[in-house]
Design a protein around this ligand. Sequence first.
Ligand code: SF4
Length: 458
Amino acid sequence: MCGIIGIENNDNAAVLVLAGLITLQHRGEESAGITVSDKKKMKTFKTMGLVTEFFNKGMEISKFIGTAAIGHVRYTTSAKSSLLNAQPFQINCIHGNIAVAHNGNITNFLEIKHKLLKKGAIFNHTSDTEILLHIIAMSKGVLSNVIKKSISDLEGAFSLVILKDKILIGARDENGFRPLVLGKINNSYIFSSESAAIEVIGGKYIRDVNPGEIIVIENGQIKQSFLYKKSKKQNTCIFEQVYFSRSDSVMFGKSVKEARVKMGEYLGYQMKNIKADIIIPVPETGYFAAVGLSRTLAIPLEIGFVRNYYVGRSFIKPSQKLRYLAAKLKFRPIKEVVYGKKIILVDDSIVRGTTSKILINILRENGVKEIHFALSCPPIISSCYYGIDTPSKEYLIAAVNSWNEIIKYLNIDSLTFLNLNNLIKACSFSNEKNDFFCTSCFTEKYPTKIPKSTHIIS
Ligand code: SF4
């Protein structure tokens, strides 16, 4: 899971990209990068950690001068988390200076890398994005054709922003796994992973980049937009709506907040027989589904946890005792709200089950009488190969345990997952059945060939 953004034809390009990256920070916290072009020169700045590290390290915004810029925030576990693998990647090749930022996971990366190695290519990074740079550098012709040729053989998930001098290009794989939207601010076009980043900087969301589409922008004008590959079936990631995207974004044409409220409403129809005093969301991932659930069941919604935002990822050490302490620091229940109550606890999903178990223990310690656990998506039974960092199957609680085993392990009174039909209905544009989404982590049916080796995420 990563976030990308690009803007052209704007004297404040770098500032706007930095602001956009802060808005996309939830998509990746491990490293951040920005490439700025002043039409002649191009410079890339990178840092480990959050976007604000640029300021902490004294990298003043005034040093980022240029009229076009692209940016990237990164989250990964498989490819090494290092400054070297931080994006954008900038190269100097026969086409001049080019920078690329990528969100997704190229599933035939190893196959292509092997072919390139045989031709004498030298690799500096361990990220899948580097193969794209090699193909671009080896291809001749006008840039839009070079990009078309370079991405035609890639498989899997990739949303890209590419910068050359003052030319900004956005592209999305033919399945449209990862999002990419187009927006505008005054005379400048913007590409972004999410519409919220466009709106935060004062721009307006125009539309999604279509699956299989390349859009070339220069001097505030769309110079070209074409399908490099015709999409057989769109497979946009339904998990973007469930969890990853910001609630204030429009994802694949639908408000994420609205989809999440609907998930809760449909969950309510599945939970008509559950009797409870209050509904409590896990902050903040369960908020909007809890609103919908409360509406359907007519059970009051209460805030039962205070979340401490200062418990960083670094605190989560690989020991059960410290993980427990970290979760206790992060989520503190409000005893007056939960004591002696029958509650419905709402979260978006359950992956390993570790955090859920800790939260439920904390609620039990605070005198909760009954806990009915409601999840706004189906059980996750399979890994993602399209850019989301889910663990392998043996670590997925729902893949290796029965319903009753999960109930026993979590020490809960009942367990309800939103079923797949209801999830699709909640995320669809109309009430008709929609096969627009990738749902592979719930079904184990993948729309593309999947790699044999471990996945590498950009
Ligand atoms: S497998 Fe799951 S997380 Fe991955 S793209 Fe498909 S729906 Fe999204």
